[in-house]
Design a binder for this molecule. Structure first.
Ligand code: SF4
Length: 217
């Protein structure tokens, strides 16, 4: 992990993103991020905030209006339901600021008790909003980590999060999450990884051999 971290940092730098301190915003953003790209997620979030102004207003609005506001983010029916379910379950006015002051295990357990909130969503909230010790494992991180032999293949995401956390030095949570994600998007892509141009190839048990050129006879 030390060698992989160093090579990734040479490739992509060491990302700096101080925690923004707004766990409820991060939770809503993560719900909106499902099955879409960052641009559409951000557009849906901005429309939601612009139209309703507060999370209490989103909670109390007709479902169809919330659905309409977040339509650019895709699967808006499901997401609008989920957003209102969460907002109804966290008290009045909706506020999760206390999560960043709570012990991380307690904060994580609370997030996991909310409707539809899974391990990755909880990790995103804890890391990006609170700077707490957690590492989101999405499909990119799971794929790259699996190919590099850091993470097990075919095990539930819950266990992958435990493995990733155990491997991650304290303070490197954001760096490893973002740099493995970048590597998964740019080089270690899903269908045919670009092993011949991969800076981690010498460390990787899954690297694909170069395809030899066939000579014509
Ligand atoms: S060598 Fe190939 S499989 Fe291994 S990390 Fe690089 S791109 Fe992925």
């Amino acid at each position: 992990m030390r060698a992989i971290r160093a090579r990734l940092a040479r490739l992509y730098g060491v990302p700096q993103a101080p925690p923004h301190g707004r766990p409820l915003d991060e939770l809503m953003l993560t719900v909106l991020s499902q099955s879409t790209n960052d641009g559409n997620r951000d557009l849906a979030f901005a429309r939601l905030r612009e139209r309703f102004g507060s999370w209490a207003a989103v909670r109390d609005a007709p479902l169809a209006e919330v659905e309409e506001a977040i339509r650019p983010g895709g699967i808006s029916r499901m997401k609008s339901r989920r957003i209102q379910e969460i907002l109804r379950s966290i008290g009045d006015p909706p506020d999760l600021g206390w999560l960043c002051r709570a012990p991380v295990d307690e904060a994580r357990a609370y997030l996991l008790s909310l409707p539809g909130v899974g391990r990755k969503t909880a990790a995103c909230v804890l890391l990006f909003a609170c700077g707490a010790r957690d590492v989101p494992v999405d499909t990119h991180v799971a794929r790259v980590g699996g190919r590099l032999g850091l993470l097990s293949s075919g095990v539930p995401f819950e266990r992958l999060h435990e493995q990733m956390l155990a491997l991650t030095p304290p303070g490197a949570e954001l760096e490893l999450h973002l740099n493995l994600l970048r590597h998964g998007r740019r080089t270690c892509v899903a269908r045919v990884p670009r092993c011949q141009e991969c800076a981690l190839a010498r460390l990787c048990p899954s690297r694909r051999p170069a395809v030899s050129r066939r000579t014509r006879t």
